[in-house]
Design a protein around this ligand. Sequence first.
Ligand SMILES: Cc1cc2nc3c(=O)[nH]c(=O)nc-3n(C[C@H](O)[C@H](O)[C@H](O)COP(=O)(O)O)c2cc1C
Length: 460
Amino acid sequence: MKKITNAAAMMIIICLLSSCSQAQKTSVDTQHATANEKILIVYLSRTNNTKAIAEIIQNNVGGDLVAIELRNPYPADYKENVEQVSKENETGYLPPLKTKIDSIEKYDVIFVGFPTWGMKIPPPMKTFLKQYDLSGKTIIPFNTNAGYGVGSSFQTIKELCPNSTILEGFVMEGGKEKEGKLLVIQGKKRNEAETEVKKWLEKINIVTASKEKNTAINSIGMEFINIPAGSFLMGANDVKAYASEKPQHKVTINKPFYIAKHEVTQAQWEAVIGSNPYILDRSNPYYNLPGMKKRITKPEHPATISWNDAQAFIKKLNEKEGHNHYRLPTEAEWEYAARAGTTTAYSFGDNSNKLDSYAWHGEDFASGGTHPVGQKLPNAWGLFDVHGNVWEWVQDKYSDTYYAQSPDSDPNGPANGNQYVVRGGSWHETATSWRSSFRKAYEADYRGISIGFRLVKTAD
Ligand SMILES: Cc1cc2nc3c(=O)[nH]c(=O)nc-3n(C[C@H](O)[C@H](O)[C@H](O)COP(=O)(O)O)c2cc1C
């Protein structure tokens, strides 16, 4: 072990005192479903038990996996290691790290994993927590130990990071190096760990529960995804935002709801209404353009219909299934589900060059048209075509000044108005914006070839 003088120890402590505790918490309360958030999984592991848990976490949530390495590694001998740790704890020495994490600010959620050492958090993890500014971030501890528990380690994280949100940690018995049992989280025990980690991640809402539990399928094969209650920032304040999208404001959706993965298809329309939507008169002449009918009258393409038509469809589907659970999303529910936890221009970030991967957009009337639903990438909550293919009617009436006075809890649109909101953007190039916050209005009886809908299903 290197001899460290008290003065040197003090220097290091002072140098590292940037600490998570300085900045103010800025994040808006969101639920912790994070498929869309940037995740870092950082861990310390000597005999690879904590590493196994870190890998399992990564398999479930994605994110960047980083092993903490020291500038001066601990002794290989267990006893010497215990002694060194004990001294470091006595003096408050923070061993410098070899590992450097680039742009910590880009991470929203940080899993912090370590073994229990001397019934405390290992000193290198203290170095990590003090070296980086983690304020405003969500920290999720995980631990393996020899069967004596986490000791004071989780409490130490709370103390070192008072301005972070600390979620319930994961604890599992790992090795017993003292008795020569090194890596035990392997084979059958690793399978058990996988099950336990999954349960924990669901409990703390980091991953939505297993697909079976969180999706539903109805009598006409329409698939739904459960969206948890939560808060988000609705609208946009940036330069690209129109006045109708401002002010950006916090909105809370108080109840979970199911929203369809896809826009309603013509096949689904026919299953409920009994005929193809294109036998209905169109408010615009585009359906009769050369080739258009052939290109867009297809069972797996979205049904493009009026707001009134959507209500007729919903009424019939509710009757068919004998309840009153289907409706259009409110405008707030739509944007909440479309954003999937993001505050960026699109559900995939701010880079419009990526639009091609996520959306049918920007086509012309000569060769373009709708496309089968679900062919592009979904957003982080599993919803397809939110930024394109067809605009989607929502339940709310439209007012371009609504956001200035809308309630912050379950808003459902202005009481009066002649027009209803459409959201999301369409296949057609004249759709001026495909951003998550963009809003547009049409009369309830407008029936074109670029506005469809997506259903919400509620529990009551
Ligand atoms: C220096 C040292 C101190 C330890 N102290 C404790 C302890 O106080 N309580 C405990 O339950 N396990 C203790 N252990 C055991 C480890 O926490 C346990 O083996 C853990 O699973 C190791 O994780 P790893 O494989 O990721 O290194 C200690 C191990 C070491 C090396």
